[in-house]
Design a protein around this ligand. Structure first.
Ligand code: NAD
Length: 259
């Protein structure tokens, strides 16, 4: 085990699968203690059993990040289980994809409740402890949707744009208190969410091939490749990185158009 994250007590959301699971695995290897949250309690329980870490280094709770009371209670449980939370990774998020005029009130609400307010609920629960302790680190998993738009994915990109706004706002408010707040923007990552997206097309295999072809390297990211960047950003190796957004998309967002 490495010690890059020794002393880090990390509250990580959306940890049962996908990018969150890869971050959990990497952070454990790097010496952190973790408290994992996911709304899918059954899947999270299986994941925790597979991670197989000592109980003082790995706790968990089934909670929905859009429920501020449940998150406040999970944060208190985390402090009991792994010690005061000095790092927060807001990873849980959902796709809500439609056209602007076809988006229902319910879709709009669900998208912002989870992708934006969920992260804010966790920040609000974690910040007082970090400020009292003299510092901490928050990492928001945004997306290239935080600064570019793919038609027919409304209103997901709006919530991710706002998550970047939340990142900058909190970063400036609490920099003097020693709290760093940054965002990580993955492009396409091979997780269930992306597989579900391809499965939404009449020909999922063709949709998958089209996604690969869009990319300069003709492939998309593996969750573990996003986790590597998250470990760096939440570690003490970049103490002056604040209000930043690190893009990890294989170069896709720099491409004007394919030749
Ligand atoms: N996969 C990608 O291509 C990609 C690209 C850019 C950004 N992202 C972002 O990365 C994050 C993780 O995405 P993923 O692809 O690993 O997703 P995923 O669907 O594979 O996993 C997300 C996990 O979050 C949990 N979750 C969802 N809503 C929740 C809620 N309200 N409360 C608690 N837990 C909740 C789910 O149960 C699931 O276990 C998301 O914020 C997503 O927007 C993903």
């Amino acid at each position: 085990m490495s010690t890059r994250l020794a002393g880090k007590n990390i509250f990580l959301t959306g940890a049962a699968q996908g990018i969150g699971l890869a971050i959990a695995e990497d952070c454990l290897r790097e010496g952190a203690s973790l408290f994992l949250v996911d709304r899918d309690g059954a899947l999270l329980a299986e994941t925790v059993a597979r991670l197989d870490a000592p109980p003082e280094r790995l706790g968990w709770a089934a909670a929905d990040i859009s429920d501020s009371a449940a998150i406040a209670s999970a944060m208190a449980d985390a402090a009991q289980r792994i010690g005061p939370v000095n790092a927060l990774i807001n990873n849980a998020g959902i796709n809500v994809f439609n056209t602007p005029l076809e988006t229902s009130e319910e879709e709009w609400q669900r998208c912002f409740d989870i992708n934006l307010k969920g992260a804010w609920n966790c920040c609000k629960a974690a910040l007082p402890g970090m400020i009292a302790a003299g510092g901490g680190a928050i990492l928001n998993i945004a997306s290239t949707h935080a600064f570019t738009i793919i038609p027919h994915t409304f209103p997901y990109p709006l919530a991710k744009h706002a998550l970047l706004g939340l990142t900058k706002s909190l970063a400036l408010e609490y920099a003097a208190a020693g709290v760093r707040v940054n965002a990580l923007a993955p492009g396409y990552v091979e997780t269930q969410k992306v597989i579900d997206y391809w499965n939404g097309f009449a020909d999922p295999e063709a949709a998958r091939a089209q996604t690969m072809a869009l990319h300069p390297g003709r492939r998309i990211a593996k969750p573990a490749e996003i986790a590597r960047a998250a470990v760096f950003m939440i570690s003490d190796e970049c103490p002056f990185m604040n209000a930043a957004c690190l893009v990890v998309d294989g170069g896709l967002s720099m491409l004007q158009h394919a030749v």
